[in-house]
Write a protein that binds this ligand. Structure first.
Ligand code: GLN
Length: 483
């Protein structure tokens, strides 16, 4: 059962071939057999999950509007607030934090009848690309356990790849859904900024953060997006834009779709095997009737520098709330209020989080604000403009999701800049607020390669259609990690 997709399991559930309680139990068996090796989960919620499964079975039996996710066991990244269930952001700061409310996305998934298996490991406060910044333990890549699963949603990607969750949620500020999806050979979608409510997602960089699915195939991504998309009064940046039934986008047809290959992301710095796989995917789309053109987005070269001013600036402000006063860790060692603040933050945050807070505070400080932060905002506009121009010539853009396949644990932890460069293809998309999806398109020495499809704002349907067509005509999504 654990190998099947949500849409396959839905058929079995509605036809009473299996029950959700059986399915959920099977998934916990799978977790017991794999998670010691992968370490994808930080918290398991078995008792609660079995109750949810029982309720789902009743809903399926009485026919009380079961949805395609009713009874489907899923995993939630540990920066989504879950009422009464620990939400740690893989940080010592929130090690024992029990949120008093659910994130809107969690509420929506529960209302749809999904069964929550547990919470997944991540880079602390979503800062990282390898899951090695978790304060608890690193997660391992199911395809090769000496390699990282990517990050920051590494736990979510790894449990989907290890078949120890049917699907999972992630968040993506600079690539945190797509990069681990690519490294773990699963599908990951970062929707348009504002498409999905961020209420209850612990904020990292609020103008960039967006929630999305990590799934075994494109159809399942459409199913989860159907549930989580939409305006929310509790998130002022969520947009009032109609939510289509994303399933209707799943057509095997790319005729006349103009796909632009991004020249800057197929040059030096991209591993030859990755380049070859992406060019192969473009040839395949051309054979299916798409028109492939080459486009240039020259300001991409400034994207990483821009991101590492804007994201830390926003993070330094968002993380100011962890002061030991209202919730989270509080140092036992203090003489007065100020030393309590100091010691709480010194003990509670890991090295990367401290680095980001310092970078951000510096970029925002008087005298440097104009030179760094304001300038970065201007470059952000240039990057957005490059995308606008490219979309005059094509309907979608394509690139590798990552410059390399998954790297070895420890390979980049001593060199932050090398780590930052693994998001070279994903970060520009967040800066422009656009939707993008990663799906498997190849394999190099036993490790998956991801193809990134980027669309204009609210073009999720076109992205899903092209991804679905590619998937229907290739077999990458049918291969899985052996563990
Ligand atoms: N790896 C990037 C960073 O460290 C992006 C992380 C994310 O998308 N949350 O900031």
């Amino acid at each position: 059962m654990h190998t099947k997709t949500a849409h396959e399991l839905h058929e079995l559930l509605v036809n009473k071939k299996i029950s959700s309680v059986e399915l959920t139990t099977a998934l916990y068996d799978r977790i017991a057999g794999t998670d010691d090796k992968i370490k994808g989960y930080v918290t398991l919620t078995r008792d609660e999950a079995l109750k949810q499964a029982q309720a789902a079975d009743e809903r399926l039996t009485t026919g009380a509007n079961p949805t395609p996710l009713t009874g489907i066991p899923i995993a939630i990244k540990d920066n989504f607030c879950t009422r009464g269930i620990k939400t740690t952001c893989s940080s010592k700061m929130l090690e024992n934090y029990l949120p008093p409310y659910d994130a809107t996305v969690v509420t929506k998934l529960k209302e749809a009848g999904a069964v929550i298996l547990g919470k997944t490991n991540m880079d602390e406060f979503a800062m990282g690309s390898s899951c090695e910044n978790s304060a608890f333990f690193p997660t391992r890549n199911p395809w090769n356990r000496e390699c990282v699963p990517g990050g920051s949603s590494g736990g979510s990607a790894a449990v989907v790849a290890a078949r120890s969750a049917v699907m999972a949620t992630g968040s993506d500020t600079g690539g945190s859904i797509r990069q681990p999806a690519a490294f773990c050979g699963v599908v990951g979608l970062k929707p348009t900024y504002g498409r999905v409510s961020r209420y209850g997602l612990v904020a990292f960089a609020s103008s960039l953060d967006q929630i999305g699915p990590l799934t075994k195939d494109v159809t399942d991504t459409a199913l989860m997006l159907n549930v989580i998309a939409g305006h929310d009064d509790r998130d002022a940046t969520s947009i009032e834009h109609p939510v289509p039934d994303y399933r209707s986008a799943l057509k095997n047809d790319v005729k006349k779709v103009r796909v632009g290959l991004i020249r800057e992301l197929l040059g030096s710095g991209i591993e030859p095997t990755v380049k070859a796989a992406v060019k192969g995917a473009a040839d395949q789309l051309a054979a299916l009737g798409a028109e492939i053109v080459e486009v240039s987005l020259p300001s991409f070269e400034h994207a990483i520098a821009t991101y590492y001013l804007i994201a830390p600036a926003e993070a330094s402000s968002n993380l100011a709330r962890y002061d030991g006063v209202k919730f989270g860790h509080r140092s036992q060692e203090h003489r007065d209020l100020i030393s309590m603040y100091y010691n709480t933050r010194r003990e509670g945050f890991g090295a990367e989080v401290k680095r980001r807070i310092m970078l951000g505070t510096y970029a925002l400080s008087a005298g440097y604000y104009d030179a760094f932060y304001l300038k970065a905002l201007k470059v952000r506009t240039l990057i957005k403009r490059d995308f606008d121009q490219a979309f005059e010539r094509c309907d979608l853009l394509a690139s590798p999701t990552t410059p390399t396949v998954a790297f070895k644990l420890g390979a980049k932890s001593a060199d932050p800049v090398a780590m930052y460069l693994s998001d070279i293809a994903t970060i520009p998309v967040n800066l422009a607020g656009l939707p993008a999806l990663s799906l498997p398109c190849g394999n190099s020495s036993g490790l998956p390669i991801g193809l990134q499809l980027i669309g204009p704002a609210f073009a999720e349907e076109l992205i899903l259609r092209v991804a679905y067509t590619y998937e229907q005509n290739t077999a990458w999504h049918q291969t899985s990690a052996v563990i």
